[in-house]
Design a protein around this ligand. Structure first.
Ligand code: DGL
Length: 268
């Protein structure tokens, strides 16, 4: 007999969405997940809005048609802050995106000085300016975009050591000057970065809350799924698909650590 449940597709440019998968599995242990990493086009953070808008709706329309999930989680800040409306228009199922956690970071900050650490694309988006204006008007906000940290998170999950000097250099601008000395909260506005939380903590001397959106996404997904009837699950639920030729066994091991039974290369 086939299993019954909800089937959710989690999407990111790479392994970053696994930080969201942890939160989804903690809140919805009965949900079945598929995962797609767009290895071929990573990093998203240095692509233009036009490039992402040209690629993502079409790619996600064909992935959702192929995998037939009940809901789609865009576990990527760069894609969410750039192309969510056009992705929603292209797929016929509920889509949950990531909103950088600026509101909770502003609420929790005592010093009213916070940092936003995202990809270069995300920290440039007017979407982020609007979140700051709406939810952190009383805060001084330092922004930093980094693609090197995305590469470090990918390296970590491919079994390579994290270069702490790179982490130090990349986050230094968030702790510089009078405002930087006061920063007591950093928004991890890229889903890759919670995978480096332990290492980030180890290279910063001041006491900082590192705040991401994973739990909020899981909560939203829970709400959305409560309106969708369960059904027989397809055989590919609990598999990870990588767009491109990479089927590196160490990386496949990382996906299996997050509950994905098989990792399969998906050539476009
Ligand atoms: N994990 C992604 C994000 O949340 C994108 C990383 C990248 O490909 O640049 O923004």
């Amino acid at each position: 007999m086939s299993k019954i449940g909800h089937h959710v597709l989690v999407f990111d440019s790479g392994v970053g969405g696994l930080s969201v998968v942890s939160e989804i599995r903690a809140r919805l242990p009965q949900a079945f997940l598929s995962y797609v990493a767009d290895d071929e086009f990573r990093p998203y953070g240095n692509k233009s809005e036009a490039q992402l808008r040209a690629r993502l709706p079409e790619l996600l329309a064909s992935l959702t048609e192929m995998l037939n999930p009940d809901a789609l989680v865009i576990a990527c800040n760069t894609a969410s802050t750039t192309a969510l409306p056009s992705i929603r228009a292209a797929v016929g199922i509920p889509v949950i995106g990531v909103v950088p956690a600026i509101k909770p970071a502003a609420e929790r900050s005592r010093t009213k000085a916070i940092g936003v650490l995202g990809t270069p694309g995300t920290v440039r988006r007017s979407y982020v300016d609007d979140l700051i204006a709406d939810f952190a008007p009383d805060c001084q906000v330092l922004l930093k975009g980094s693609t090197r940290l995305v590469a470090e998170a990918e390296a970590k999950l491919a079994g390579r050591p994290v270069n702490l000097d790179v982490l130090r250099e990349e986050i230094a601008p968030l702790f510089e000057g009078r405002i930087g000395a006061d920063v007591d909260g950093v928004v991890l506005a890229c889903t890759h970065f919670p995978l480096l939380r332990k290492e980030l903590r180890s290279v910063v001397r001041q006491s900082v809350n590192w705040i991401d959106s994973g739990e909020a996404i899981a909560r939203r997904l829970d709400d959305v799924l409560s309106d969708i009837p369960v059904r027989a699950l397809p055989h590919h639920a609990q598999m990870a698909f990588l767009v491109g030729p990479d089927t590196d066994t160490v990386r496949a091991k990382a996906f299996s650590d997050y509950g994905f039974a098989r990792t399969i290369g998906l050539l476009e």
